[in-house]
Design a binder for this molecule. Structure first.
Ligand SMILES: [Zn+2]
Length: 98
């Protein structure tokens, strides 16, 4: 009844939002923008200006790579919606072989 082109278009219509929703959901939203130790996630904003060590774990935080700015919280609703779109896309994609 449906042509292969229709299945491909419907597959793309569900697969593309799936990828976008999963990407946004897994990346998350930044909760705050304070500096944190990348090793233990201890907040570094209260330390002295000449301090190069994390006061919690002792890691060297003098390089920018050792400091993480803020925490990202995953967005579960977007991940769930992306999974639903993915399941529909897989169902439509599975019909391409019929
Ligand atoms: Zn630390």
């Amino acid at each position: 009844m449906f042509t292969t082109v229709t299945y491909v278009l419907v597959f793309i219509a569900f697969a593309l939002p799936e990828l976008l929703l999963l990407r946004r959901g897994l990346r998350g939203v930044r909760v705050h923008d304070r500096p944190l130790c990348r090793n233990c996630l201890y907040e570094l904003s209260g330390r002295g200006a000449d301090s190069t060590r994390c006061s919690e774990c002792g890691a060297d935080v003098s390089s920018p790579e050792a400091v993480q700015i803020g925490v990202f919280r995953r967005r579960r609703a977007l991940i769930f919606a992306g999974c639903l779109f993915g399941l529909i896309a897989l169902g439509v994609g599975g019909r391409l072989n019929d």
